[in-house]
Write a protein that binds this ligand. Structure first.
Ligand code: GRF
Length: 193
């Protein structure tokens, strides 16, 4: 299965996928890694010899034209699947439609609890004792697509947001690789539930 991975930050989820591909643990080919800004994730891709591309919002007159440029850059790589791994931008409905059923996102909470960009902070603030990670299909509504896999992660007394997020990310990396491996042989994601 040929994938494009989108990142925005440290890229540790991407690194887990790069390692799994290199070690032959999943039947996946990473066609390219894209980002909305220069970031460590792109460096990790370059280190692994994987093609990268950058589509910055600031290079486009408005968000719609950024979405179209991103859609073109992704489509040009002819992926079977697009993986948002710490990609911190919201794509529009036309982007989702162009790759319907083929976009996966990983989110650091047990959706539908704590959607949005501050899931770890929100879970901690709410005082939950268990949180976790969700791998789901991306649909037009943010963090609302069909759930493909989840893993629970305990909240320890005194956890800071970073400590909790690191514990979540350890589970997230494993779940993302496992889910990509399990769905590598299927077509659209909804067959995978
Ligand atoms: C991940 O926990 C992801 O779910 C969230 O931000 C984190 C990105 O981590 N959106 P990395 O860039 O993969 O290290």
């Amino acid at each position: 299965m040929r994938i494009v991975v989108m990142v925005s930050g440290s890229g540790t989820n991407l690194q887990a996928v790069l390692d799994a591909v290199r070690e032959g643990r999943i039947d996946v080919e990473i066609a390219a890694v894209g980002a909305d800004k220069p970031c460590t994730g792109l460096e990790r891709a370059r280190q692994a010899g994987v093609e990268t591309f950058l589509v910055r919002p600031g290079d486009h007159p408005d968000r719609t034209r950024w979405n179209r440029a991103l859609q073109e850059a992704v489509a040009a790589r002819q992926p079977d699947r697009i993986v948002f791994a710490g990609f911190m931008r919201i794509v529009d409905a036309e982007f989702v439609e162009a790759f319907a059923g083929r976009i996966v996102n990983t989110h650091p909470s047990l959706l539908p609890s704590f959607p949005g960009a501050h899931a770890v902070r929100d879970a901690l603030a709410h005082g939950v004792k268990v949180t976790g990670v969700t791998v789901h299909e991306v649909v037009a509504d943010v963090d609302a697509g069909p759930i493909l896999a989840q893993a629970a992660v305990p909240v320890e007394d005194g956890d800071t947001e970073d400590e909790l997020h690191e514990r979540i990310k350890a589970a997230e990396r494993e779940l993302l690789v496992r889910t990509l491996g399990a769905t590598a042989r299927r077509g659209a994601l909804h067959d995978a539930r």
